[in-house]
Ligand binder design. Structure first.
Ligand code: BDP
Length: 326
């Protein structure tokens, strides 16, 4: 009896689900490398709910999480081609394509997450969002990516000298390769999804990321030394394929832009919570966390990186604007 009842309820639920999904005329497919429940995934799902409500059920979003549509570099190309409608990615993999994205990806460019928010919510952030339009994309909003620090499987890193000769995975961006080289270590750019096994098999010694990614990727299981040197605060971005965007009416485009903006505070709250949860989970797993680290030599080592990348007057102005932002 109970079984029949449960079955009936499950059937009803699935019918309801099918009809709700079917009511959407357009379901935008959005990519994310992170798993279900990760702040970026949930924020885009929330944006989808807003969209559905504000378009009377016409537009919906389906988030393909856990890299179901591929690794970031490939999904970016597919979004440019209009095969994928939306994408939530780090700014890192855009660095080699859109020069404006290099500026917020520079090591130690932001003094804090609050500073990053003020910059990305202001004119510099808008300038970067606008830059996507020359690359078949529409920049919709920035999300948080926390601050990134090094972790490895070999030994606790307590100073810049300890990094010497170690091999770290970085996102596929030349800036990060040069950043790691300037610290005296070796960089291997590779997709996020290959990092776990590469550490496990000793192809690399470690990588660098924020608390939630270090946790959700399981990297802490294979790289048990985490040094909070916080060299990067790289914002994440939500973009839409220009091809998909152009298919919408002007009114719908405004609704999409607004819903993306409205998902930002949702994301920031989720992020703050998740950072604490992930930190606790990793600490409970017995990872060695090195907090007592002098950042000054790391900051000083970045001079050649700035010299190499901040060359055009445009990027120099952007760096100056960021530094002048309170
Ligand atoms: C995470 C970002 C994700 C990147 C990943 C990486 O949220 O977009 O793919 O880092 O290191 O923090 O590749």
């Amino acid at each position: 009896m109970n079984y029949v009842k449960t079955l009936g309820a499950a059937l009803l639920a699935s019918v309801a689900f099918v009809s709700a999904a079917a009511a959407c005329e357009v379901t935008l497919r959005s990519s994310d490398t992170h798993p279900e429940g990760y702040p970026t995934v949930v924020a885009v799902q929330k944006m989808g709910e807003m969209l559905e409500e504000r378009t009377g059920g016409k537009l919906c979003i389906e988030v393909f999480h856990s890299a179901q549509l591929g690794q970031e570099k490939d999904t970016i190309e597919q979004t440019q081609f209009g095969v994928i409608d939306m994408n939530r990615v780090s700014l890192g993999p855009f660095n080699n394509i859109i020069e404006e994205t290099q500026v917020p990806s520079l090591p130690f460019i932001f003094r804090s997450t609050d500073h990053m928010h003020r910059v990305m919510d202001g004119p510099v952030g808008q300038q970067i969002l606008d830059a996507f339009s020359d690359h078949d994309l529409v920049g919709l909003a920035f999300y948080d990516g926390g601050s990134r620090s090094f972790y490895n499987s070999q030994r606790p890193i307590r100073s810049i000298e300890d990094l010497a000769g170690m091999k770290f995975r970085v996102m596929q961006s030349d800036i990060f390769v040069d950043m790691v080289s300037a610290l005296g270590a070796n960089a291997t750019p590779m997709p996020y999804g290959e990092v776990y096994s590469s550490i496990q098999t000793g192809v690399i010694d470690g990588a660098e990321n924020n608390w939630p990614s270090y946790d959700s990727s399981g990297h802490f299981e294979v790289a048990q030394y985490y040094t909070l040197n916080q060299h990067l605060i790289v914002p994440e971005v939500l973009v839409m394929s220009k091809t998909s965007f152009d298919k919408l009416s002007a009114e719908e485009q405004d609704i999409v832009r607004q819903a993306a903006r409205d998902s930002v505070p949702v994301m920031r709250d989720l992020w703050q919570e998740r950072e604490k949860v992930s930190e606790q989970r990793v600490r409970d797993a017995g990872v060695e966390i090195i907090t007592d680290i002098d950042k000054t030599p790391f900051i000083e080592a970045m001079v050649p990186v700035y010299q190499k990348y901040v060359t055009s007057p445009k990027l120099q102005q952007m760096v100056a604007d960021i530094q002048a932002t309170e």
